[in-house]
Design a protein around this ligand. Structure first.
Ligand code: ADP
Ligand code: MG
Length: 258
């Protein structure tokens, strides 16, 4: 049975997509069978996995509206397969922005992704879901099918404040919709050890959340930021870079935790 994880944080630009695609590639590299689901209408995880979002014939939108199955809509990227980091991609594009409104009328609307993933569950070790920067119906679909949430966060002043809203949402989903759901861990990303404030917030996180804070820390690294423009995750773009090495270590930590 696949372990399903959402990468979520309602703030934008905190490293969700970078975490999703690099973890997916890192897990694939060590032989795990991975499906990456892009739940963000921006389609960054799709593009960052080497799939042109404008050319998708079927996407996660069709799966949510039940006009296609995951098996019909998933695609692969030759670049990733050639690099030995191939994973399946359930892509997204602007069409998905309409799903929110279109789904209002539908029954079981928060459980659509869950229902769809059941059919391919046995084919994967991990399903990673890249969530949009909101606590919307799309994110709710992700949270409803997940066993756990990975929360990437920058160690900045307002980080803890934003976390409280996410923790509350996860508690509510746990109580009402998905008994399996918990926070697997907080991942410190874009970390710069020279900045004292980041060290302080990092310490606060560890005091408050203990072993829910992943051991691996992802440094700020320009190679990770450059990778998307080449349509590959950082671990494929430059495997020897500090950022890639950190994500490969994170993949190992995830495998060990599960
Ligand atoms: P989100 O999905 O939460 O909006 P992204 O993963 O798209 O966040 O990251 C936001 C921006 O920061 C992107 O331009 C990305 O390339 C860059 N970025 C993410 N992680 C790092 C990192 N560790 N070092 C440097 N740049 C990063
Ligand atoms: Mg994103």
């Amino acid at each position: 049975m696949a372990k399903i994880f959402c990468v979520a944080n309602q703030k934008g630009g905190v490293g969700k997509t970078t975490t999703t695609v690099n973890l997916a590639a890192g897990l694939a590299k060590v032989g795990q069978r991975v499906l990456m689901v892009d739940l963000d209408p921006q389609g960054n995880a799709t593009m960052g996995s080497g799939v042109d979002k404008r050319k998708l014939e079927l996407s996660v939108y069709d799966v949510l509206l039940e006009t296609a199955t995951v098996a019909q809509a998933r695609v692969q990227s030759a670049k990733l397969v050639d690099a030995g980091c191939g994973y399946d991609i359930l892509g997204a594009n602007r069409e998905l922005a309409g799903a929110e409104v279109e789904m209002v009328e539908l029954e079981r609307r928060e459980k659509r992704l869950k229902t769809a993933l059941v059919q391919v569950d046995a084919e994967y070790d991990f399903v990673l879901i890249d969530c949009p920067p909101s606590l919307s119906m799309l994110t709710l679909n992700g949270l409803c099918c997940a066993h756990g949430v990975i929360v990437p966060m920058q160690c900045e002043y307002f980080a803890l404040e934003g976390l409280a809203d996410l923790v509350n949402t996860i508690k509510q989903v746990h109580a009402n919709l998905n008994k399996d759901l918990s926070i697997i861990g907080l991942l410190r990303v874009m970390f710069d050890p020279r900045i004292t404030l980041q060290q302080q917030v990092s310490e606060q996180l560890k005091e408050r959340f203990g072993d829910k804070v992943f051991n691996t820390v992802i440094p700020r690294n320009v190679r990770l930021a450059e990778a998307p423009s080449y349509g590959v995750p950082g671990v494929v773009f430059d495997a020897s870079s500090k950022g890639a090495q950190a994500f490969l270590a994170f993949a190992q930590e995830m495998v060990a935790r599960i």
